[in-house]
Write a protein that binds this ligand. Structure first.
Ligand SMILES: [Zn+2]
Length: 57
């Protein structure tokens, strides 16, 4: 049985929500060097671990 939560309780819980910090690393491709998520192909140049895995955007 879920009891009705007071407004204060709800707000207190939501106060602990954090916006995810965008995790970005610099692209290993020296010609690109843009910020890209780690462990994913770079969106800008399509390179991942030194290989072209996607067509460059
Ligand atoms: Zn790149």
């Amino acid at each position: 049985m879920m009891n009705k939560k007071s407004r204060a309780r709800t707000r207190h819980r939501r106060a602990h929500w954090k916006v995810d910090v965008p995790v970005l690393v610099t692209c290993a491709n020296t010609d690109c060097g843009l910020r890209t998520p780690p462990h994913a192909a770079c969106r800008h140049c399509g390179m991942y671990r030194g290989r072209q895995v996607m067509p460059p955007a």
